[in-house]
Write a protein that binds this ligand. Sequence first.
Ligand code: ZN
Length: 181
Amino acid sequence: MMKASPNMGHRAITMLQQELPDITINVVTQNVDLLHEKAGSKNIYHIHGQIDECICTNCGYVMKTLGDVESDEVCPQCHVQGMLKPNIVFFGEMPKYMNEVEKMLTECDMFIAIGTSGIVYPAAGFVQLAKLYGAKTYLFNLESCHNSSMFDEEILGKASKTFPKFAEQLINEIKRKDNKV
Ligand SMILES: [Zn+2]
């Protein structure tokens, strides 16, 4: 995972953020890898946690680690032993940043899902909420997904190919509009 490189899809998100600095573009991801970070994106919310951290299940302290965490390790904050686990959301645990994400979904103008089965909740429900609050909704996926009927537009194919094209068009469109005003 540490050797993996971001693809053109990851990079296109960074391009959007850099080319459209006046627009808030948030990245909500279920991926625990750091490919969005490696691609240089900002405003990243790892709702299923991230691989380079561990968390103390006693006090909630989060620390960076890329190595193994032993079961007898002591938490540097509460000094309790054996309570550290990977900062990754396991089955049965609550996803992270749900309040922040809900706020984003109710306030966004555009909701774009990239690469999803549309099955795993709560993320599978994000599109419904965004749509309910008036966002235009897009899906970029290899194949039609479980809840694809919720999307205004469905773009099938490799997202690393289809999304950069879309991002470029979107940047041009918004810049053209801005120049006219
Ligand atoms: Zn602790």
